[in-house]
Design a protein around this ligand. Structure first.
Ligand code: ADP
Ligand code: MG
Length: 797
């Protein structure tokens, strides 16, 4: 009952996993749990679900295999891409036999036999049905990534599987559940030899590695600051000097990715696509600045901070010629599974397949025109259609250049990549002091990640990986493996989910890697401060309502605070709830205000003109701001943006980031949609009123009224109750403050209630001048010099 096109069959036949169908299916038949590991690109994600489907899982014809095949992915991008690919291989429309579900988006029908989803979705389903009766097989994919949700699922499923087995023996309507844990060839022992999870170790099925050799080139020096610029230089060299083949660049985040794409397109003269309106210069500039900032310092601070290691590297150009030819630090890796003849043949095939393209490229060069490039971004928040473009056809005579975050590291395989440019960094969640907060920080990747990245160049033939760091730096500063997310993230969300699932002793949970006790204690303290748990650690009604909302505990708490007040008083406008939901969306994206210091001279622009632009940005922001709060200022900007007839124009005039606002709008729509569908579940808390009644005005948010702002201010205090700081009034401080140089307000010092260190009010905050006695903050951002509070709101004492 499976119809694949000839082309699809050919594409499949080259995959190493295809020869293992029988072995895998036998292992599945004989065991409840198996581990399947194999190199990225070997066909695990796309083929194993098809093996299961063809063996009758997910079909109603086999009575012992009724129930869907569920496949989890840590990333949305991967869940959707994999579903689309498998649907395509089976020649069925997406949402029929093969579907997907990610937060806020679902293409599933009753007929769906193979369901791809994010691990978060399955976690929510587990809360509704601990037996997961919907499924006959579950595949936890990318388990090596050790995402928090995957780890939780592993812990939970290690209990669900034996439970299903036991019940299947006792009750007729229940069938056993099969679990397949899939991972790249990394740290399989973490799951296999973990008696916490599985008393008898599950069998490991290994897909033979087939990887063409990849020549790894280390840079002479490690660029510590402008690695985006270095990456740009490297891509240009490869494109201009090396034979055809796709280039895959690894950077850390969306902004850097978009920025490098723009730079490459403008260098190689690619016209802006419709989705990318030209003339967002202020925004682009500021983004580039923020990209540089992401590494931990803003300009003013860098000046006084000359003792960075290798500071001199900043101004040295990457040695172009040598770096491309430098044989000092070259390592060849991979090449297993192929004979030397096969490798040579693959190389020849690549050259000849791409030969027509090379011809076209040379032709274009001769004609004096630029050699074409096909530059595509790839990151998690990219709209669906743009994500799919990386798998699409490359225009004749053009070189594919994909600029990606680490989504392209193991979860997605981009065809035709021959060169990898690896900046060696990733944006990672790291835990702040005491495990109370986490933030995203750009950090060195692990050696294992660097290897995965390099491996992306060896899928279709021998390739090259250019690392923008030295081998000494790699050896000394890159950890062997990254820490699992459970060790790098605050656990209040997890603790709340567990409590809601009836797991009282969170410390007894079978985590694949148990988190620090201190982190669990911090989570408990946070939930108590928010009122989700009572003093004995038991879940309160409020906590139960919070666990239902599709948001993390703090914004959930904020929304419920407003809901409660709205329910208590008919007179107060129910409007505030709509604004609270919008605020939750706005808080989840980066600030909509363009950073004033990021506005820098354009080519040939006079200093006077830059100053004027900064001035007008500053006064535009002032008009939009709400004196008492950064996050409410962002909300006000969001409302003004939504009401503008020409939104892009409005952003240009008022120096706002249109992308952040578009993102917030999308998130807001999704949130309203999600809340509408769970109205009655939270009604108990909002005084019997369904969310629907209170959300009616969600799409017509005018400027928030002073009453609404006050309600929201109180709600923020409730949601961030354990992130409140008090201003420091010391003699030294007052003196320092009064003698501030440059006429600029100095950063005011505060003492947070939950940290034993002092933090500062950010000079760009709406409250920088007022510096009220008590403030709540959403985040601590650490620059090279000091910790700053961001997203600050005045708290009325
Ligand atoms: P694994 O999960 O082992 O990393 P996948 O099943 O994701 O491997 O991919 C196997 C192969 O299928 C890849 O090497 C690639 O050639 C092809 N492939 C996967 N997804 C797509 C897609 N969306 N478009 C085109 N080819 C794809
Ligand atoms: Mg995969």
């Amino acid at each position: 009952h499976v119809a694949r096109t000839q082309a699809m069959q050919d594409a499949r036949s080259g995959l190493p996993i295809l020869g293992m169908e029988q072995e895998i299916m036998e292992a599945v038949a004989e065991n409840d749990v198996i581990l399947l590991c194999g190199e990225t690109g070997s066909g695990k994600t796309t083929q194993v679900p098809q093996f299961l489907y063809e063996a009758g899982y997910g079909s109603s014809e086999f009575l012992d295999r009724v129930g869907r095949i569920g496949v989890t992915q840590p990333r949305r991008v991967a869940a959707i891409a994999a579903a689309q690919r498998v649907a395509q291989e089976l020649s069925t429309p997406i949402g029929a036999t093969v579907g997907y579900q990610v937060r806020y988006d679902k293409k599933i029908s009753p007929k769906t036999a193979v369901k791809f989803m994010t691990d978060g979705i399955l976690l929510r389903e587990l809360q509704a049905d601990f037996l997961l009766r919907d499924y006959s097989v579950l595949i936890l994919d990318e388990a090596h990534e050790r995402s928090l949700n995957t780890d939780l699922l592993l812990g939970l499923l290690s209990r669900v599987v034996p439970l299903r087995k036991q019940l299947a023996a006792e009750q007729p309507g229940i069938l056993p559940l099969k679990l397949i844990i899939m991972s790249a060839t990394l740290r399989v022992e973490d799951f296999a030899a973990n008696s916490n999870l599985f008393p008898t170790p599950p069998p490991i099925v290994r897909v033979p590695a087939r990887q063409y050799p990849v020549t790894v080139h280390f840079a002479r020096r490690t660029e510590l600051h402008d690695y985006v610029g270095t990456a740009f230089g490297k891509v240009c060299q490869i494109h201009e000097r090396l034979p055809p083949g796709g280039i895959l660049v690894f950077l850390t985040g969306q902004r850097e990715v978009e920025y490098l794409c723009r730079r490459l397109r403008s260098k190689f003269d690619v016209r802006h696509s419709a989705a990318e309106p030209a003339g967002r210069d202020a925004e682009a500039e500021s983004e580039a600045r923020q990209a540089a900032d992401a590494f931990g310092a803003d300009e003013a601070e860098q000046q006084g901070d000359a003792d960075f290691e290798g500071r001199d590297a900043v101004h040295d150009d990457f040695e172009t010629e040598e770096a491309l030819e430098d044989e000092d630090d070259v390592v060849v890796m991979g090449g297993e599974g192929f004979t030397p003849e096969q490798i040579t043949a693959a190389e020849a095939r690549l050259d000849s397949q791409l030969g027509t393209k090379l011809g076209a490229m040379k032709g274009a060069e001769k004609a004096g025109g630029p050699v074409k490039v096909h530059v595509l971004p790839l990151y998690a928040m990219l709209p669906r259609a743009a994500q799919a473009a990386v798998f699409g056809a490359v225009p004749e005579g053009a070189r594919l250049i994909v600029v990606a975050t680490n989504v392209a590291e193991t979860s997605l395989t981009i065809p035709g990549v021959r060169y990898v440019v690896d900046a060696g960094r990733a944006k990672e969640k790291v835990l702040d002091t005491h495990g109370a907060a986490s933030k995203y920080e750009v950090a060195w990747i692990s050696k294992a990640s660097a290897e995965q990245r390099a491996g992306r160049a060896g899928r279709t033939g021998p390739g090259h990986s250019y690392r923008l760091y030295s081998s000494a730096h790699f050896n000394d500063n890159f950890p062997q493996h990254g820490d699992p997310e459970v060790l790098r993230t605050p656990l209040e969300g997890v603790a709340l989910v567990m409590k809601a699932m009836g797991i009282d002793k969170v410390t007894n949970f079978p985590f694949p890697t148990p988190p620090d006790r201190a982190a669990l204690a911090a989570a408990q303290a946070c939930l108590q401060a928010l009122g989700a748990l009572d003093s004995t650690g038991a879940l309160t009604d409020l906590g139960r309502a919070m666990a239902v909302l599709p948001l993390s505990p703090r914004p959930s708490r904020m929304i419920l605070q407003v809901a409660k007040e709205a329910a208590a008083s008919r007179k107060r406008s129910g409007d505030a709830l709509s604004y609270a939901v919008a605020l939750a969306a706005v808080i989840s994206v980066e600030s909509p205000f363009v950073h004033i210091d990021g506005i820098m001279a354009r080519e040939g622009e006079s200093e006077e003109s830059v100053r004027r632009r900064r001035q007008s940005a500053s006064s535009a922001h002032k008009r939009l701001r709400v004196a008492r709060s950064d996050v409410l200022s962002a909300l006000a900007a969001f409302c003004a943006y939504n009401n503008a007839t020409d939104r892009e124009g409005f952003c240009r005039e008022t120096y706002l980031h249109s992308r952040n606002l578009r993102e917030a709008s999308a998130l807001h729509r999704q949130l309203v949609h999600a809340l509408m569908h769970m109205g009655e579940k939270v009604a108990a808390f909002s005084g019997g009123k369904a969310m629907e009644d209170l959300l009616k005005s969600a799409d017509t948010l005018d400027k928030p009224s002073p009453t609404v702002l006050m309600q929201l201010q109180r709600a923020i205090t409730a949601g961030w109750a354990d992130q409140i700081s008090r201003r420091v009034h010391s003699i030294e401080y007052v003196q320092e403050h009064s003698t501030s140089s440059k006429g600029r307000a100095r950063a005011v010092r505060y003492t947070p209630n939950a940290l034993d260190e002092q933090v500062y009010m950010h000079p760009q905050s709406a409250l920088a001048k007022a510096a009220p006695e008590f403030v709540a903050y959403t985040q601590i951002v650490r620059t090279a010099k000091r910790p700053y509070m961001t997203g600050v709101t005045e708290v009325e004492a």
